[in-house]
Design a binder for this molecule. Structure first.
Ligand code: F6P
Length: 369
């Protein structure tokens, strides 16, 4: 009888619970048993934190009933519990990063667990790869609302985040228009602008600033002025949190403010203040932040997550390890973790989605010739 474990690591994403449900059901149907490790690997590495025996949750059919519709993760998550560099308090009061991978492998063996499904982003998948190299059968499942993981066409959670952000933009159109304002909306996307680009297109943003294109605010200010001259006295600007100006701080701050950008808040707020100064218009910033990660997954994300979870169990049943299940455009199939773990997927600058934005006249903050 096989006994597999599932762990969820890093930032949560709508669809995590659907993966847990699919893995559990597919495992039970094969006659296996399935447990969920709480809070990344902490449930096994920090037994002091949990009530006796509560570091792992036995995943039964009853436990996962109705789970696919729920946001968050039943198991809890953490970005701070890398078993290969685990934060441990030292006698001198400092915290050292200690390799506790053997502790984890021992704990898994004690629990009778012989394989692992690791759901997570770049960090968690890199850990999954290292565990597989230590001989544990491991299958990774890619997860991030940011959609920036390489090797898979899409990650679950992205669709839900984009749908919510575009609904927010719909609402902001009417209030921005009523007050003739420039509204800047900051969305998550530390390294890639997938959410900003897709939500910006869906929500009719007039300018979209992405980490992939260091921006210049002069063309954005000109677009706002052009719209004003056409009688369109308001504009919406979507900014990915990881977007940055082409010439550094100076693009955002007046000379008196240079050197003090950190006082101005996140990139959305900085862009908003700079646009107010450049255009003379009333401007406000809305930061969507963790709202994009919360809530119930869209139907698309539920199906994607169920497919990823089921494919992970199929891969384990086929004797595969050291792989990540990935959407290749049609099917979810295993790809070697060695080829994808830790690799980011940026918005392609020559892709048709960016071309669409350009064709529609959306300003991307591209430097002027
Ligand atoms: O899941 C990735 C992400 O959404 C990033 O876009 C964002 O910077 C990060 O999570 C924030 O996560 P937390 O506040 O949980 O550290």
């Amino acid at each position: 009888l096989r006994r597999i474990a599932i762990t969820t690591g890093g930032g949560d994403a709508p669809g995590l619970n659907a993966v847990i449900q699919a893995v559990t059901r597919a495992a039970l149907l094969r006659g296996w048993t399935c447990v969920g490790i709480r809070d990344g690997y902490d449930g096994l590495l920090r037994p002091d934190r949990y009530r006796a025996g509560d570091g792992c949750i036995e995943l039964t059919a009853e436990r996962v009933e109705g789970l696919a519709a729920l946001g968050g993760t039943l198991l809890g998550s953490t970005s701070k519990g890398n078993p290969f560099a685990y934060p441990m308090p030292q006698p001198d009061g400092r915290t050292a990063l200690v390799d506790r991978s053997q502790d984890l492998l021992d704990a898994l063996a004690r629990e009778g667990i012989d394989a692992l499904v690791a759901v997570g982003g770049d960090g968690s998948l890199a850990i999954a790869h290292q565990l597989a190299q230590r001989g544990l059968p491991v299958v990774g499942v890619p997860k991030t609302i940011d959609n920036d993981l390489d090797g898979t066409v899409m990650t679950f959670g992205f669709d839900t985040a984009v749908a919510f952000a575009s609904e927010c933009l719909d609402r902001l159109h009417t209030t921005a228009a009523s007050h003739h304002r420039v509204l800047t909306v900051e969305v998550m996307g530390r390294y890639a602008g997938w959410i900003a680009l897709h939500a910006g297109l869906a929500g009719g943003a007039h300018a979209i600033l992405l980490p992939e294109i260091p921006f210049d605010l002069a063309p954005v200010a000109e677009l706002i002025a052009r719209r004003e001259a056409q009688g369109l006295g308001y504009s919406l600007v979507v900014v990915a949190e990881g977007a940055h100006p082409r010439d550094g701080e100076r693009a955002l701050c007046g000379p008196a403010e240079a050197g003090h950008a950190e006082r101005l808040g996140g990139m959305g707020e900085q862009v908003s203040q700079a646009l107010a100064r450049l255009t003379g218009k009333d401007a406000r910033c809305v930061v969507l932040g963790h709202l994009l990660r919360g809530g119930s997954p869209s139907a698309f994300d539920r199906v994607a997550a169920l497919r990823f979870g089921a494919a992970a169990v199929r891969a384990l049943a086929a004797g595969q390890s050291g792989v990540m299940v990935a959407l290749d455009g049609r099917d979810v199939r295993p790809v070697p973790l060695a080829e994808v773990a830790g690799r980011m997927k940026a918005v392609p600058l020559d892709g048709d989605t960016l071309a669409t934005a350009r064709d529609l006249g959306v300003c991307l903050g591209l430097p002027q010739a």
